[in-house]
Ligand binder design. Structure first.
Ligand code: NAP
Length: 499
């Protein structure tokens, strides 16, 4: 059954999949470009994406709020430098209202598959309830961190306590007085471990490798500062610019064999020495890989938390889960009431679990068998009229992803407007252009620290770095500003000749 929307004759019908930051920004851009027939499919019951899903205690952004917001929708009254989850979610809810996006939203609606029709130049989306929708262009805005990853541990289903993933926090579970086990010590875990340790009777972090953690320069904005930002918007803009360039400079730390980063690593290791006297093993806090190889984390309370007598870091690998706890490689049983997975996401499986079939029925899964790749992170040869936001090789280790998303949505809106304005059936990136770009990305990545001997969610299981942009964000922005129509094959609509 078709949703009844069909393909609008006068304009073009566009579907956006995902109502997180990228999906909302895309909807705003398309509206600005004059598209009125836009639908936003969202699996969950509301907007905000990752900021709706991640409600764990202590959830906050590690990019300053004035930069973790869109340049066209500045918010002068952020309460603090690094906003918490609730305030960020509120920002996206407000954005949705301010731009009148609610009527476009189809929440609680998962897109299962998308198939391109070569003859019509349209995409047919199949929704979770079996209905279909046929559109002229589809924009996937599902993010990179939307599918929680839980390791396949033997015996997990036999665990008699409560068990959940950080991105699906079970708020019904009262952690007070409980023996809590946390698997993982990444960006999420270092945020929720301190507040959980406050209430649990004991907390054990099961850790595979240490992370580089820097102090978080977080504090509230005073009332005067917030008023000044509201009264004189240029002040907020200048503040944002200053933050942007400070973070942009951090890319220098991500160069391979960066002297700056080696020095910073040495300084941090020295600063961690006193922790050994307070019972925290050095291997638990000093990484054995260069700074920046995995995401550099920010925290003011994690190390302090590890010195609590009721908190410990277990470096032995987990071997199996038992009904009453977990066992580590040394054969020790750790009795637990609650097991929390802070084990991250299936980040390299872009667009999964959707099935996407392009021109000639080509399966995107097969095209991406060796690792996901897209021209400019957004378009794939063989998949006309399809765009991806925050797609392959557009993640960052040093700056705000919202900056990248803004640049991408401008680019995509321009491409879709070209479809309409030039009366095209389809636009598809040329194979040679996409190949050249992929080679450029590989060369750029070779010059970064990410390949320097550490495991991270930036790489797939073949060791290919599929997630990160290898350079400054300003160079990505500049690349997207220069429109290069010759990079695409433009197919005109069929003209029916009547005799
Ligand atoms: P993550 O960084 O991928 O961390 C996953 C953790 O789980 C790592 O410590 C990893 O160990 C461990 N792990 C994975 N599989 C394991 C296994 N089989 N056995 C034992 N340990 C295992 O995930 P995350 O903390 O959820 O963060 C993911 C990303 O989300 C971040 O990098 C960041 O981009 C984003 N995030 C951002 C913020 C923010 O403030 N903006 C907050 C949270 C998350 P290894 O390190 O040894 O692999």
């Amino acid at each position: 059954m078709d949703t009844g929307a069909g393909v609008a004759m006068s304009g073009r019908r566009i579907a956006i999949v995902g109502a997180g930051a990228a999906g909302l920004c895309m909807a705003i851009r398309l509206r600005d470009a004059g598209f009125s027939d836009v639908v936003v499919y969202e699996r969950s019951d509301g907007v905000g994406g990752t900021w709706r899903a991640n409600t764990y205690p202590g959830a906050a952004c590690d990019i300053p709020s004035h930069l973790y917001s869109f340049s066209f929708a500045l918010r002068p009254d952020w309460s603090r430098r690094f906003a918490g989850q609730a305030e960020i979610l509120e920002y996206f809810e407000d954005l949705c209202d301010a731009y009148g996006l609610r009527p476009l939203l189809r929440t609680g609606t998962e897109v299962h598959s998308a198939r391109f029709d070569d003859a019509e130049g349209t995409w047919t989306l199949t929704l979770g309830d079996g209905r279909t929708d046929t559109v002229d262009a589809v924009v996937f805005a599902v993010g990179q961190l939307n599918r929680p990853f839980v390791p396949d541990l033997a015996g997990l289903s036999d665990f008699e306590g409560d068990v959940f993933h950080s991105a699906r926090w079970d708020h019904r579970v009262d952690l007070a007085g409980k023996r809590v086990g946390v698997v993982g010590n990444g960006a999420s875990a270092i945020q929720f471990v301190p507040p959980v340790a406050e209430v649990a009777s004991s907390l054990t972090v099961f850790q595979r490798s240490a992370n580089w953690i820097l102090p978080k320069p977080d504090r509230p904005y005073g009332r005067l500062r917030r008023r000044a930002f509201a009264a004189v918007p240029i002040l907020a803009r200048l503040h944002r610019s200053a933050i942007y360039w400070r973070f942009e400079a951090n890319h220098l730390l991500l160069r391979r064999s960066s002297t700056l980063s080696e020095r910073l690593g040495r300084l941090l290791s020295r600063r961690l020495r006193p922790l050994s006297d307070r019972g925290v093993a050095r291997e638990a806090v000093v990484p054995d890989y260069p700074l920046g190889c995995k995401r550099v984390l920010l925290s003011n309370d994690y190390y302090q938390c590890l010195t609590r007598p009721d908190v410990r870091v277990e470096l032995q690998h987990l071997t199996r889960v038992l009904p009453g706890g977990v066992e580590t490689a040394d054969g020790v049983l750790h009795p637990l009431d609650v097991l929390i997975f802070g084990t991250g996401f299936a980040a390299t499986e872009f667009l999964a679990p959707m099935s996407v079939f392009g021109r000639g029925g080509r399966d995107l899964n097969e095209v991406w068998a060796g690792g996901a790749s897209a021209h400019l992170g957004m378009t794939v040869h063989g998949f006309p009229n399809m765009f991806i936001l925050y797609g392959p090789n557009t993640n960052l280790g040093h700056n705000s992803i919202l900056f990248m998303i803004e640049a991408q949505t401008r680019y995509v809106a321009g491409a879709i407007a070209r479809l309409r304005d030039d009366d095209l059936a389809s636009l598809e990136v040329r194979a040679d252009v996409a190949d050249r770009f992929a080679a450029e990305i590989r060369r750029g990545l070779d010059r970064t620290v990410w390949g320097a001997g550490c495991e991270s969610w930036y790489k797939n299981d073949q060791g290919v770095i599929t997630n990160n942009w290898p350079s400054f964000t300003v160079s990505y922005w500049a690349r997207l500003r220069s429109r290069r129509p010759w990079e695409f094959v433009a197919r005109p609509r069929r003209v029916e000749v009547r005799t």
